[in-house]
Design a protein around this ligand. Structure first.
Ligand SMILES: [Zn+2]
Length: 511
């Protein structure tokens, strides 16, 4: 007797929606892969779906691909776009004939027009198609929001367990193994959660660092050690801590622990509560471990440092959090103080167009930044020399957030990632290099290297990020400083008006 052949539907869907973003649905791009392309793209890759495929293939399961629709980090997703791709995915499942299970790679923080929990609605629709007896197992980003609708619709929800994220492949494998165990009648998963009155302080919630001494200092790393210990209990099938995505401003964008046990709801609850208590107790430590430094002070520290690189993190303009990437506050301060040997990335399609029109070596007078989001900062007028022009396509070969961690500097080929930030120009202004791109700027060394800058050789590097840069920059940075800039991903939420979150809530209210 060979294995029973299970037919597993797989799909990928999601976005990280920052509702404070000015980005309108007409500017949103969606990455789409359909049918077989979904498989060929991921086969052998260190992605969530790559993990699904590795386990399913080994077992001899039949894979039924649907689609991948991914909007990335942006604002509220347009209704038409959401509805269209949701129905495409559902249609493919309906046409698939009899399937035994569904594996999904979601983000979890997608907000669409009239659909504040867009991926929850997708899960509900899938549940309605496949019926109650079919397991639906999904992997979410830990910045996903674990809503009641998602919990009611899915059989099991797993999150990545690293921040910056480097375990997508492992979590994909775990989800696929779990669905096979369910289908073979080996386990009966029950999920229980502990939801905290907390907007997860993402900056201080790193789970790892390249430096073992820094890792030991991280409060969330300690909690994740306990998570690994609890998971050794035989009946605990999985345990994840979701930081949540506060900037999606929905009632359930809160830090949530999800425990999955084999037929033991009380045990699942006990374990979720134990980790939930630890996270709640550590809440002030998360805030304190990476304090926000005022812009003037941060630039002063960077300029007076004996050696670089000093990485200044423009936290309120996080490229990976739906921010526009055109915040000029740090640039202004650098120019005002006459800083040299600094690199500032900005998203500015107009400046790119002007640079391309005049060509390399030419001088231009141009306003940079501050054109997309006009509420928090303004454009800066500079006289610049165009140093490099480039099409914006590059390959991330070093460790990166959303990828895979290794000890060396270069990742194995199957973990490389091709990125396109749109046309890009390198401008030089009085010893400061400004990289202007049409799209959202990169958060890893490879982006800077792509325009000819070796970040390890510069004194001051600006990155637009919360966590992502750490996967790439931690090993070369002499110091990383989180700068208290204004904008739509501000960790102090300055200038952001929440409408839908429950109050009181940490850290906004005394609690
Ligand atoms: Zn994330």
């Amino acid at each position: 007797m060979g294995n029973i052949v299970f037919r597993i539907g797989i799909g990928s869907f999601g976005a990280e929606s920052n509702v404070f973003s000015v980005e309108s649905p007409v500017d949103q791009l969606v990455e789409v892969l359909e049918g077989h392309d979904l498989l060929t793209f991921n086969l052998g890759k260190k992605t969530v779906i790559g993990g699904f495929l590795e386990v399913l293939q080994k077992f001899g399961a039949e894979v039924v691909p649907t689609i991948r629709a991914y909007w990335g980090t942006t604002g509220i997703i347009g209704k038409e776009s959401f509805e269209h791709y949701k129905s495409e995915l559902c249609k493919k499942l309906r046409q698939a004939g009899k399937i035994d299970g569904v594996l999904l790679d979601l983000h979890g923080a997608m907000v669409a027009e009239d659909a504040s929990d867009a991926e929850g609605i997708l899960l509900r629709d899938i549940r309605n198609i496949v019926g109650d007896g079919i397991p639906i197992v999904c992997v979410l980003d830990p910045h996903g929001n674990v809503t009641d609708l998602k919990l009611q619709s899915a059989t099991a929800i797993l999150g990545y367990r690293s921040n910056p994220h480097i375990d997508l492949f492992d979590r994909g494998k775990k989800a696929a193994s779990l669905i096979l165990k369910i289908l073979r009648g080996k386990v009966r998963p029950v999920m229980r959660i502990r939801r905290l009155q907390m907007l997860g302080p993402n900056l201080g919630m790193s789970t790892w660092s390249y430096s073992p001494s820094e890792t030991r200092r991280l409060p969330f790393a300690k909690i994740m050690e306990e998570v690994s210990k609890l998971e050794k209990i035989k009946e605990i099938l999985d345990l994840s801590v979701f930081i949540g995505f506060p900037y999606s401003d929905i009632p359930e964008c809160l830090t949530t622990v999800v425990a999955i046990a084999d037929d033991k709801p009380d045990l699942a609850q006990k374990v979720a509560d134990k980790i939930g208590d630890m996270v709640w107790k550590a809440r002030n430590k998360f805030l304190k471990i990476r304090p926000l430094i005022p812009v003037e002070k941060a630039v002063e520290i960077a300029m007076s440092a004996k050696e670089g690189p000093i990485v200044l993190v423009d936290v309120a303009d996080n490229s990976g959090g739906g921010a526009p990437c055109d915040n000029t506050v740090i640039l202004e301060e650098l120019l005002k103080r006459g800083a040299k040997d600094a690199v500032v990335p900005l998203r500015d399609p107009e400046a790119v167009r002007i640079a391309f029109a005049v060509g390399v070596g030419k001088e231009i007078e141009v306003e940079v930044g501050g054109k997309i989001d006009k509420r928090f900062y303004k454009p800066v007028k500079v006289k610049a020399k165009v140093k490099t022009l480039f099409d914006g396509k590059y390959v991330i070969r070093g460790p990166y957030h959303g990828g895979f961690k290794i000890k060396g500097n270069i990742l194995p080929r199957e973990a490389w990632k091709v990125v396109d930030v749109g046309k890009t120009a390198l401008l030089e202004v009085d010893g400061i290099e400004i990289i202007v791109s049409e799209g959202r700027v990169g958060m890893e060394q490879d982006y800077y290297k792509a325009v000819g800058i070796d970040p390890s050789q510069r004194k001051i590097i600006i990155v637009k990020s919360h966590q992502a840069h750490r996967a790439s920059f931690e090993r070369i940075a002499k110091r990383i400083i989180e700068v208290d800039t204004p904008g739509v991903t501000s960790p102090s939420y300055k200038g952001l008006t929440f409408k839908n979150i429950p109050r009181p809530i940490f850290p906004l209210d005394p609690i």
